[in-house]
Design a protein around this ligand. Structure first.
Ligand SMILES: *Cc1c(COP(=O)(O)O)cnc(C)c1O
Length: 332
């Protein structure tokens, strides 16, 4: 797996820290809990999309693009990081925002990530849920070309094989840190949404010969749909890095029992997890992804599915900017 063969724009602070969480570990009384701090990637409050964007933006620049087109929910962390990356690289940014949450309040529609998108000067267009975004993207591409521009489309979450390279890289980086810190861990846990993070991580580990199990905690789709989505993208990504067949279907495990009423809808477990990590470790997580994934991890520990004597790593994918959009929804 030679990632140096791919064009890459430098956007992230790497490597991100791998840290032990002593007070949370003691509080829960289960395994030793470590956190991989991808909330510290450094671009516009950080998060997992920055790693992916290094490769997506690298390809955009290599292809001579001057305008990035992308898509996400109103409170998309991906859109926020893309808008910031476009500024840093001197590119225009056209954004399709999807109304995925029903009856969003004023704070949801104006604070958090979308507020930052406006600061970065991205051109925002809003669409109802279920819009045909391929068609909308083609329309915007034609508009850009008609004005003499060169568009480059980055899919939602930058979750295509090129974007997933960012998490192949993260997998390799993590293995190196575990080696340096002489840590033998039993499990990795991460939120899994548009699938690029989960798929890239699996390829990074298996392609390096590591059999470490990875648990994805789903945030939108049912388990069978999510696992197939991750597997398909992992297979494509493995081919891209010339490590075909390094991933088998059994490598992909998602638990989608912590979604609650739906994507972006708060749950009691998320609420508890966000407050617990803040109050025991001074860490901020988000209501849509990392908070729900943490709720899953905490439940697994309480059920004894991760136990004392084991070591686990939680991948912190960031998203704290989204907290502000949920100021009225969190319970204290
Ligand atoms: C996008 C995102 C995820 C999920 O990553 P995918 O690659 O879309 O599966 C997790 N956490 C946060 C904070 C995110 O913004």
């Amino acid at each position: 797996m030679l990632l140096s063969d791919f064009p890459r724009a430098k956007l992230a602070h790497l490597p991100t820290p791998l840290e032990f969480l002593p007070r949370l570990t003691e509080h829960l009384g289960g395994p030793d809990i470590y956190v991989k701090r991808d909330d510290c990637t450094g671009l516009a409050t950080g998060g997992n999309k920055t790693r992916k964007l290094e490769f997506s933006m690298g390809e955009a620049l290599a292809k001579g693009a001057d305008t990035i087109i992308t898509v996400g929910a109103i409170q998309s962390n991906h859109v926020r990081q893309t808008a910031a990356a476009a500024c840093k690289l001197g590119l225009a940014c056209e954004v399709m925002l999807e109304h995925r949450v029903t009856k969003p309040g004023d704070t949801y529609r104006n604070s958090g990530n979308v507020f930052l998108d406006r600061i970065f000067g991205a051109n925002l267009r809003e669409y109802p849920a279920g819009t045909d975004f391929d068609a909308a993207m083609r329309e915007i591409s034609n508009e850009v070309r008609a004005k003499g521009g060169a568009p480059y489309f980055i899919p939602g979450g930058a979750s295509n094989p090129v974007g997933a390279l960012g998490y192949v890289d993260c997998g390799i980086e993590l293995l190196q840190q575990l080696d340096e810190q002489k840590l033998e861990i039993d499990h990795i846990i991460s939120a899994t949404g548009s699938a690029g993070t989960h798929a890239g991580l699996v390829v990074g580990l298996r392609g390096s010969g590591s059999e470490l199990p990875i648990l994805g905690i789903g945030v939108n789709a049912p388990q069978d749909v999510q696992e197939e989505r991750v597997f398909k993208l992992a297979v494509e990504t493995a081919e891209l890095v010339s490590a075909p067949n390094c991933v088998v279907r059994e490598d992909i495990v998602a638990d989608c029992n912590y979604i609650g009423a739906g994507y972006g809808v708060p749950t009691d477990g998320m609420n508890e997890a966000v407050l617990m990590l803040a109050r025991f470790e001074g860490l901020l997580f988000d209501p849509v992804y990392s908070g729900k994934a943490l709720a899953g991890m905490i439940d697994y520990i309480r059920q004894g599915r991760f136990k004392k004597g084991q070591k686990i790593v939680f991948l912190h994918t960031g998203g704290s900017a989204g907290l502000f959009a949920y100021a009225d929804a969190l319970k204290f």
